[in-house]
Structure formats: structure tokens, C-alpha cells
Write a protein that binds this ligand. Structure first.
Ligand code: UDP
Length: 485
């Protein structure tokens, strides 16, 4: 492989895991680096390309970006036959059974060979790879290229993960209904055992978590979709106690400024934005609840019906995103949509909706992207975590920043069969607690507004995220230039 000359731009290879919650922020990240003079190449598979290509095309054709360098997309085949997934099933959104999920995770290890091939053939100065691509630390090391880890979550989640692996507090628990205090964190963080994956029941996930940590420790550091003021105690803990380097460059959603950016982000929007805008424009400021459970979660029909009854009882207008895969709308009480709702069946322009002045709160499953997007819009959250890092993200929103209220979800699980129902009256009360007239609601709204302002300042010139980004680019450039001497 030839050496770079100093005059050439830094070249970073981005490799996100195949799920919208991982791909969307990684594409935002590539856009961010490109607009700061970095040559960015995104690696993905053929079936995932259509989810990214329109965003890249729009970005590349937009001459108003300063220092714009076009983003390149590089495609490799998905190992469908090797893992036994049907052709075209290349993204977590298509995963409907635990068996498919296992196969998807198996596929992760099979990208090492094509990844190595790219590092062999192209002049790459750094790779930013998903946390789940554990092997990429070794691959990068072999080619003397720094690997930066991107997990899609915030720093708090990394700190909790470190504590669980370091102290294993769950091993001392005897019964299912106990609570766990996560050891060694800056705040007292107490979780129900049922809100966390149990290492005894899922030893393979525990092992994978250990592998991810080991790979992360070997890497150059983490690039995080967060900002200092959102998780300041945990950034200090991560850097000073755990000893990991982290550059917080978010909220990444804030780099999508116009309607065109946001109606392509992650997928093709299933509603005409003008129609949505007209509907929102006809509502009072702060009067609409936005409801969305992300891109891969599953909610039972009986639970969806309970939500519908709760929303009706709350008396608030709502926009509710219902995924295509959830089948028909049999669970929806007749007349409710006409009375006070706009149901988006498929993909919503989430950022545009959240930033409309009519939206007063966001009922969210607490995916980290959704949390940071709600926070950036200055909108209070009603938190309803389901699985993954969502119960930890809820802690950031509700207990640390106090910009939301919890619906009271108690069971961690990808599929709905293990979960108890959250009843309509609970949902109604939660809406009142953030959108109502009471003191609690006013406080939550005020803090959410203020945090939204801090989020915006973080990505502006002089802000903490802008500074972290520049520092990282400078460090990677200096490293590259030292190598090419
Ligand atoms: N999203 C969207 N429209 C939708 C559903 C989701 O734009 O109808 C975006 C949302 O803005 C966020 C991402 O998809 O950027 C979902 O990521 P998150 O981490 O919130 O949840 P996940 O889907 O990974 O559980």
C-alpha cells in the first residue's frame, strides 16, 4: 500500500452495524467529518445501500456545505447463505424471531475478510466501526490504522456496562424482584433486576459484552453521539476513572438542518411532509404528543390498544408512528384517529416533527438517537424503555437530567411476550405529568427547553462537541502526517 502525502485529506472508513439506530447516526457522522475536510467512505451491504444512498447523494450534491468532500459508499455482500438468512434480510428491521437475531449476530464476524481487503487496497487513515464489530480492533491494528469505536449509545451506558463487567453486581442477587445499585457510578443508580439482561440466563451475551470491552480497550477511543452537558459526570468518570478516551461530537441529528435532509434520513418518509406540517400548523404550541417506539421494537396489539385508550383519555392530540410490520390497525379504537390523531404508518420525519412548535412531548422507547433528538428539540420525554441500552438511557433522561418522566416499564426484553401490560390510566397520567398544568410538568418542560439550548450550543462554533471534533481530526491528521514522513 502506498503512503499518503500530507496534502491529501484524511480518509476515514465508517462501518455501521445493520440497523437504522446504528446506521443513521453513523451516516450523520460521516457527513460531519466530510464537511470538515475529511474524505469519508461508508461501508455497507447491497440491501442496506438504498437506506443510505439518497442521503449521501443529497449531501454530495449540496454545494452550500463548506469544505465539502463527497462521501463514498462501498458495498460488500452480506453472508446470507453462510448464516442461513434469506437473501435480502440484511438489516435488524427484518428480524422477527430470536433465531433470526442469532443469525444476524453470527453474520457480524464474517465481515473481517472483506474489511481487511479494503484496508489492504485503499489508503485509510482511521476506521470508525460499530462496537459490535469486535474483530475490527485487531484488523485495524494489523494495518496500523487507528480504530475508533462507535456504539450509537451515550457515555452513561458505557459507564454502566463497565461497572457491570467490573463488579458483576447481579451475581449476588437471589430473587427475581430485587433491585441492583450499579456500583461505582457518580450517582446512585438503582435498577430492577428485571430491567437488565441477566448474565446467568444469557451467558453468550455476557461473553460478547466482555469481547466488546476488550476490543474497545485496544482501540484508539470512542466517538460518541452525545454532548458534554448531557452527561458531564459520566464523561469525567469514563475518561478519568475508566481511563478511556472519548470524543463527544453530538447530538448528530443537529447536523440535518433542512427538510430535504430530514425527509431522507434513514428511510423514505411514509407521509407527505406538507400534509404533516399542515396538521401540525393547525395545532396550538406544545399541544401535540409525538409517539414513536423506534425502528426494531415489537409491541403487542393488546398493548397498542391500551396506549390508544390512554392517549384518548389524555385529551391530547397526537402523532403516532406505527411500523409497517405491526400489521393492521385492528387494535385502534374506531374514530380515534379522526378525533385527535395523525397516525404515520411506516417511517416518520422524526426530527421535523420533534422540532415543530406544536409538539409538546415525546413518548419514546428511549433508543439513544430518539433521546438525543428529543433533548435537542427541547421537548420533554415520556420514557418507555424496552430492551438494549434503553433502560439506562431512561436514567439519563429521568433521573440525571430530569427532562422526562418514566412510564414505569419493568421488564427488559426484545419481544413483547414476557412483558406485563402498561395500562391506559398509567399512560394518561404520564402525559399529564409532562403536558399538564401542574408544577412538575412546568419544571420538566423548562429543564427540557434549557437542555435543548445547551445541545444546540454544543455543536456551534465554540461549543464542546465542535471542539472535540476538531481535536480528534487534528490528532488523526498529526498521526497520519507523522507516519508519512
Ligand atoms: N426514525 C425516524 N422515523 C421513524 C422511526 C425512527 O426518523 O419513523 C429515526 C429516529 O429519528 C432515530 C432512529 O430512527 O434517529 C431510531 O434510533 P433509536 O436509537 O431511537 O432507536 P432504535 O430504532 O435503534 O431502537
Amino acid at each position: 500500500m502506498e503512503k499518503h502525502s500530507k496534502a491529501e485529506p484524511l480518509h476515514i472508513l465508517f462501518f455501521p452495524f445493520f440497523a437504522p439506530g446504528h446506521m443513521i447516526p453513523m451516516v450523520d457522522l460521516a457527513k460531519l467529518f466530510s464537511s470538515h475536510g475529511v474524505k469519508s467512505t461508508i461501508l455497507t451491504t447491497h440491501a442496506n445501500a438504498p437506506l443510505i444512498q439518497p442521503t449521501i447523494d443529497h449531501f454530495n450534491s449540496n454545494s452550500t456545505h463548506h469544505h465539502l468532500l463527497p462521501i463514498a459508499l462501498l458495498l460488500v455482500p452480506f453472508p446470507s447463505a453462510e448464516v442461513g438468512l434469506s437473501p435480502g434480510v440484511e438489516n435488524s428491521v427484518s428480524i422477527t424471531t430470536p433465531e433470526m437475531r442469532t443469525k444476524m449476530l453470527q453474520a457480524i464476524s464474517l465481515f473481517r475478510q472483506p474489511f481487511d481487503q479494503i484496508l489492504r487496497e485503499q489508503l485509510i487513515d482511521a476506521v470508525i466501526t460499530d462496537n459490535l464489530f469486535v474483530w475490527s480492533s485487531d484488523a485495524a491494528a494489523e494495518f496500523c490504522v487507528p480504530r475508533l469505536v462507535f456504539s450509537g449509545s451515550g457515555v452513561f451506558n458505557h459507564c454502566v456496562g463497565d461497572s457491570l463487567l467490573r463488579y458483576d453486581p447481579m451475581s449476588a442477587l437471589q430473587t427475581e424482584d430485587e433491585t441492583v445499585v450499579i456500583p461505582g457510578l457518580p450517582h446512585k443508580i438503582e435498577m430492577l433486576r428485571t430491567q437488565m439482561p441477566d448474565p446467568k440466563k444469557r451467558p453468550e451475551f455476557w461473553k460478547f459484552a466482555l469481547d466488546m470491552r476488550e476490543a474497545a480497550e485496544k482501540s484508539f477511543g470512542d466517538v460518541v453521539n452525545s454532548f458534554y452537558d448531557l452527561e458531564s459526570h459520566y464523561v469525567e468518570h469514563y475518561r478519568n476513572f475508566i481511563g478511556r478516551r472519548a470524543w463527544l461530537v453530538g447530538p448528530l441529528s443537529l447536523y440535518n438542518r433542512d427538510v430535504a435532509d430530514n425527509s431522507r434520513r434513514g428511510n423514505r418518509v411514509s407521509i407527505d411532509w406538507d400534509e404533516c406540517l399542515n396538521w401540525l400548523d393547525s395545532k396550538q404550541p406544545g399541544s401535540v404528543l409525538y409517539v414513536c417506539f423506534g425502528t426494531i421494537s415489537h409491541i403487542s396489539n393488546i398493548q397498542l390498544r391500551e396506549i390508544a385508550i390512554g392517549l384518548d383519555a389524555s385529551g391530547k392530540d397526537f402523532i403516532w408512528v406505527v411500523r409497517d410490520t405491526e400489521g393492521g390497525l385492528d387494535w385502534l379504537p374506531e374514530g380515534l384517529e379522526e378525533k385527535r390523531g395523525l397516525i404515520i404508518r411506516g417511517w416518520a420525519p422524526q426530527i421535523l416533527i420533534l422540532n415543530h412548535s406544536a409538539v409538546g412531548a415525546f413518548l419514546t422507547h428511549c433508543g439513544w438517537n430518539s433521546c438525543t433528538e428529543g433533548v435537542s428539540a427541547g421537548v420533554p420525554l415520556i420514557t418507555w424503555p424496552l430492551f438494549a441500552d434503553q433502560f439506562y438511557n431512561e436514567k439519563v433522561v429521568v433521573e440525571i437530567e430530569k427532562v422526562g418522566v418514566s412510564i414505569g416499564a419493568k421488564e427488559f426484553g426484545f419481544f413483547p411476550d414476557t412483558k406485563s401490560l402498561i395500562m391506559a390510566d398509567v399512560i394518561e397520567k404520564a402525559v399529564e405529568r409532562v403536558m399538564g398544568e401542574g408544577e412538575e410538568a412546568a419544571g420538566v418542560r423548562k429543564r427540557a427547553r434549557e437542555l435543548g439550548e445547551k445541545a444546540k450550543r454544543a455543536v456551534e462554533e465554540g461549543g464542546s462537541s465542535r471542539a472535540d471534533l476538531k481535536q480528534l481530526i487534528e490528532e488523526l491528521s498529526a498521526r497520519r502526517n507523522a507516519k508519512s514522513k
